[in-house]
Design a binder for this molecule. Sequence first.
Ligand SMILES: *[C@@H]1O[C@H](CO)[C@@H](O)[C@H](O)[C@H]1NC(C)=O
Ligand SMILES: *[C@@H]1O[C@H](CO)[C@@H](O)[C@H](O)[C@H]1NC(C)=O
Ligand SMILES: *[C@@H]1O[C@H](CO)[C@@H](O)[C@H](O)[C@H]1NC(C)=O
Length: 756
Amino acid sequence: MRFPLLSVLGLSSQVPLQSSPGPAMSTQDSFQFKQGPDVFSPKDLVELGRPGVGAANQAGDFVLIPYSKYSFKEKKNKKSIFLAPLGYTNKPYELPLEKVGEAFWLTGKTIAHVVEGENKTLDIYALNVVYVPPNESDSAGILNTESPVHLGSFPTNSATNFRYSTDGYLVFSDSVYPDGNLSTVKAQDEAWEDRGTTALVYDHTYERHWDHWVGPKDQSLFSVKLTQDPDHKWTFGNDYVNLLAGTDHSSPVEPFGGTDDFDVSKQSVIYTTLDPAFKHERAWHTRQNVYIVDITGSGKARELTSGSQGAIHGPVLNEKADKAAWLELDEDGYESDRAKIVIYDLKKNVRFTLTQKWDRSPGSLAFSKEGDFIYFTASDNARVKVYVLPIPPTPAKSTTDPDLSQKYLHPVPIVEDGASSGIQALYYGRILISKSSLTTPNDVFLISGLDALEKEISKSDAPVKFDGKIEQITKFSEEDLKGKELSVGEDFWFKGAEDRDIQGWILKPKGWKEGQKKAYPIVLLIHGGPQGAWEDQWSTRWNPNVFAQQGYFTVAMNPTGSTSFGQALTDAIAGDWGGKPFVDMQKGWKYILDHFPEVDADRAVAAGASWGGYAINWIQGHPEYNFGFKALVCHDGVFDSTYNGFSTEELFFFNHDWHGRPWDEESKELLKKFNPSNFVHKWSTPQLLIHGSKDYRLPETEGIGAFHALQQQGIPSRLVIFPDENHWVLNHGNSLKWHYEVFRWFNQFVGEKKSE
Ligand SMILES: *[C@@H]1O[C@H](CO)[C@@H](O)[C@H](O)[C@H]1NC(C)=O
Ligand SMILES: *[C@@H]1O[C@H](CO)[C@@H](O)[C@H](O)[C@H]1NC(C)=O
Ligand SMILES: *[C@@H]1O[C@H](CO)[C@@H](O)[C@H](O)[C@H]1NC(C)=O
């Protein structure tokens, strides 16, 4: 269950904090978070500004950054767009916009802004930026924007994911009915609403996906003319071309696909779609194909993939549009297979795999401006790093394992700390990235000196080190986090199951004093996936620093199943959900207790979500592990694995990880062994269950079932349901309530140090 790790930004939140429900709450209503000027409290987390990913203009002298900030006082999520001039003072300016929508670059000095208008129309504006660089008397520089010019309106109010081609075409995605026609969407929406019933009827999967019931519409890609005449006047066309018309393609791919699922060059659009051969079997296949189509929609889309691949991510075109690249997984039906960079030479029609021999999974790609290097992010040992590889000469024929010399086999690391994203190549040997860490949300960074590095790499096969410049452009959160002393996190390594090296993070609690015996309660955080990882990355949902700031010695391990440590560790959890990960965690737990006498093992608690919630339910049924937890928290976790194999929406996930469908022989054997609901008779630890009713991955009955098992056995337990949340708690008020319930629960059992 891999998800994009950064939370969805800018969901507006108007829902007030729920008042406390009835009698079950009587014991601890007086609970309060630790807060104050030097504490980073859950409220601070929810109210901290959330910078998005920076996007530079073609010229590479300005960067746009979306930003949102919630205020409990105003009960409002304020969205804004910042603009920073690269290479001057870098000072970010907030654009003076009344309402904020999606913004993107049209030219070096013109921003397009798409925003919902008065009558629910979606309007597009052009906004010219006038920048006066700093001089001696005015050291900050001045940014002015001319008033936005209305260019036109879209036929629907759901157009999104905009990408502008410098040849005068705007490409975007929208959802349409089977006629594929944007102009009929409004009328068909009304007819659908007016159909006289609320029934939803399905002949094939998906019936529901992630957090919504699938309706009659599908995602498609469109292009429309958007041109500037010689006296700078913009014209927005009204001829919307459905680029996927006449195919069974749908792009971006639900539920998380966005602008990463397609790219534009001057004349072409490259995109990925689920393999149309599996149109009616989407729930148990992951294969995606890549196609390229003319930006005008003329001619037929041409497939670039071989037909034997699994999932595809992030197709891109180089500027000359003579090469394409994407990330390809080998295995249909597995979403956590190793992603490999595939290059496609569009002139020679030859496809080859670049990183066949590199045991890491790149996450996003960007060609250098000249097109002879490829920059990419990839997780490595719990960091999301930035790397570069030269692009080798195209082989004579397509191959997944080309014969490559040394320099093509060893990606050169450029940024090695934190978690990088939004990688964009700029002119003059520069790239732009956004980066967060355990101690700060995203900021924009400009990296230069890559022309020298590229030269060095080209010269020979000898190993090369990057020694260019990494410059921080924005400091969005610096002021708000001043004096909070967030922990940067410490790595610890130990030998886990089968003698594998396992990594984890330690975040020492607020006020930590070395040598104080049994002074601090301890929390074990267990990540989801299971093919995921605790990384040096900011999170607005499970933020380890929030636990440390509430006084807990915080341990977050990356046991068997985790990503970023090589494919063998990731793959080793399949068919072994209740096995090796728990050997790892017991050994890691012992390591911590052996090395930190400051930890009070009598005040130990654990929490996890998704697979981490499975782990909590599993630990409940296995007292012989001797963790000694006094309280547990299970958020949207698996309780009955068998039932989950039937009820989840993405069936391929269960089928892969349990070696078959729930009724297949091998799967049935594994379920006997590793289903938490088979062990409820051994449960005894107080447990809090939290579940979102719109979680269709692990439906809410998983939480309710576990609650019933606890209640009937008289084990202290509480159930918190968020009727409007999916697998994640996103609403700001709900997020604060979530933290309140979690820390209140822990506090009830381990808040007070027992007298000895
Ligand atoms: C919105 O609709 C109303 C009523 O039809 C109309 O008077 C008004 O001019 C419209 N506003 C815009 C910006 O089109
Ligand atoms: C410096 O910039 C300010 C503000 O743009 C402007 O008024 C002033 O004339 C400039 N001074 C010089 C010496 O260019
Ligand atoms: C889309 O629908 C409109 C309105 O019904 C119609 O005029 C137009 O011809 C249709 N376009 C296509 C490509 O079918």
